[in-house]
Structure formats: structure tokens, C-alpha cells
Design a protein around this ligand. Structure first.
Ligand SMILES: [Zn+2]
Length: 226
């Protein structure tokens, strides 16, 4: 039986034990989902297949499992603190992104197009206290993506594995975004899992490697039946 609408798909997933609305017993929490008996098996199968293809079957990729709680300094230097807290406007013509107060006369500062999105608040990072005192100074972010801890561990991995370029670091783990409007079932959620590879290459070979990985990953996802 094929679900024809999103509502049908959601109720099918619940009936069969794939995905439940999280905290439903107490009214539910928007943008959060629980994976049931079949859902967790499907998800684990996919993660195992991805890890095998990326880490075990290649000799140029190492694995990593970094902490979710992230120092504000990491996300300050990555630019996330700024980029995730201002109202932002996207230019649909050249795909550039601007702080709303930097856009004058509704025109893109880069290409002058008027095809702009509405300003959207990008306050996407969840905060939590570190330690017993809630004084607003001692806190961590729940990482908004898994990539940053790959970058901050680059030298550790390099030193402990005697790697040289090109090589990659792969990680599977949870990430969190305080989406203003979570929607479309599990397609935009506030807590989700990422399977992520950062591949480090010599300057000048990036286009070649990018093409390689686009083809490689497309082929892999197709082989998973998608
Ligand atoms: Zn533009």
C-alpha cells in the first residue's frame, strides 16, 4: 500500500512501528520524533552500511565520535554564533546570504537582484548550562552540525594516524537546530542524526575531489534503493 498524502505516511509509520511523535503522551513536542522497533533497525542498518562504505571499505578515511556539547568558542570562531542569531535574508539569484540590516532598498548587495527571501531569524542553536550555577556565563551549545568537531580534531587525527593529504574524517551523530518552523514530518526536525564526511585535499585539487565525491555518493545512495 502506498501512502498518498503526508498524513497517511505519518500514520502508516506510526502503525507499523517506524516513527512516533515524540512526547505524544503529554501533548507532544514539535519537531521531535522517536524511532520505534522497525524504525531503529532501519536507521541502524543505514548507519552501518554508510560506515562500512565510508570508513571500512576505503583506506583514506578515519572515523570520529565527538561530543555533542560544544564550547561557545568553537562556534564563535566557526561563525555560527553570528550567523545563527541574526535575521538573515537569502538572495535567490546568487545564493548569497546577508544580515537583514545589511540589505538596503531590498536589493542584494552582491548582484543587485530583488529576488530576496523574507528576513528569517536564524537563532538556531540550543544552549544548555555547564555546571551547577546558571549564571548565563557557563554554557555549551548542542552542536548544530557534526562538522565543527571534525575540523577541531583535524590535528589530533593527523598526529595519531600519520595521515597525509588527501584523507577524510567521517562521523555519525546527533545534531540540534532550534528550527523556527519544523515541518514536513522527519524532513525538518529539531533533533536529528547526521552522517558526515569532511575530506581534506591539497589546494587546487578541490574541484576534482568534489566531483569524485558527488558521483561516489550519488551512486551509493542509488545502491541503497533510493
Ligand atoms: Zn545576489
Amino acid at each position: 500500500m502506498t501512502a498518498k498524502t503526508m498524513d497517511e505516511l505519518v500514520s502508516l509509520c506510526k502503525r507499523r512501528g517506524f516513527v512516533y511523535q515524540s512526547n505524544e503522551l503529554y501533548g507532544g513536542l514539535q519537531g521531535l520524533y522517536d524511532y520505534g522497533p522497525l524504525g531503529v533497525e532501519l536507521k541502524n542498518n543505514l548507519k552501518r552500511a554508510w560506515w562500512s562504505a565510508m570508513v571500512y571499505d576505503r583506506d583514506d578515511i578515519e572515523g570520529l565520535d565527538a561530543s555533542v556539547l560544544t564550547s561557545p568558542a568553537v562556534l564563535q570562531y566557526s561563525g555560527h554564533e553570528d550567523a545563527f542569531t541574526d535575521p538573515l535574508i537569502d538572495c535567490r539569484a546568487c545564493n548569497s546570504r546577508w544580515r537583514a540590516d545589511h540589505v538596503e532598498k531590498s536589493r542584494c548587495p552582491s548582484c543587485n537582484s530583488k529576488d530576496l527571501t523574507e528576513p528569517r531569524p536564524f537563532n538556531l542553536m540550543f544552549k544548555t548550562n555547564i555546571g551547577p550555577v546558571d549564571d548565563g556565563k557557563s554554557f555549551a551549545y548542542l552542536r548544530p552540525e557534526t562538522a565543527q568537531q571534525i575540523f577541531t580534531n583535524f590535528k589530533n587525527v593527523l598526529d595519531s594516524t600519520s595521515r597525509s593529504l588527501p584523507f577524510g574524517i567521517a562521523q555519525i551523530g546527533k545534531a540540534f537546530r532550534n528550527e523556527v518552523t519544523p515541518r514536513n514530518f522527519i524532513f525538518r526536525t529539531r533533533e536529528f542524526e547526521q552522517m558526515e564526511l569532511e575530506f581534506f585535499v591539497e589546494p587546487g585539487t578541490d574541484e576534482k575531489w568534489h566531483d569524485f565525491w558527488v558521483q561516489n555518493r550519488l551512486k551509493w545512495w542509488t545502491s541503497q534503493g533510493i
